[in-house]
Ligand binder design. Sequence first.
Ligand code: TYD
Length: 212
Amino acid sequence: MAEGLFFVLEGIDGCGKSTQAGMLEEKLKKENIPAVLTREPGGTAVGENIRDLLLDPGGTMGTCTEMLLYAAARAQLVQEVIQPALNQGKTVVCDRFVWSSLAYQGAGRGAADKKIYQLNQEVTKGLTPDLTFILDVDVEEARRRLEQKNATKGGDRLENMDMPFYRRVREKYLTFAQYNPVSVEVISSHEKPEAVHCQIWSKVREILPGRE
Ligand code: TYD
């Protein structure tokens, strides 16, 4: 059986990628394409526990600890969920992957790209997405959306970072796209969710087997 396709959605907090990941999974299922939706950090029992540690707004953590915990959650997710689903020919939609670590722990926190890359090659066993969507939105708009979402409960540890941090993260994503024009699509996320979804779907359809 042919391996399934692997799609990843990336972007700064507030870019709308979780909404889009859900819409993509729903559309795939409507088209009778077996699909699995998962997210990082999380997606497994161990990963969800690590997620709680990572996002606890009261917690403090060094960059190296943060980088290793994201990688640990990812190792479990690849082994337990992503690779088995791909082996069964299923399409996998993942909300964040290795590029979140390069953008947040690399550009955001200052960890060396090479270190993050090597660690993640190890934990993913070299697995790379067939297509990564970067949902791009300016930092001010993302902040407005997060403030609305968190009006009553406050943001998590990463969502509470300052604007310069998010500017660095966004720039890193855009640089990544520039250097990987074939495997990365930047989609403006200023439009309504349905319009963003149509753009994502048209790219996905282009590479779905037998559907070009
Ligand atoms: P996310 O799932 O986008 O949060 P939410 O459910 O609130 O939309 O991601 C959680 C946070 O983790 C987000 O701020 C980005 C951060 N993150 C990293 O810093 N490095 C990583 O490798 C990953 C996967 C996420």
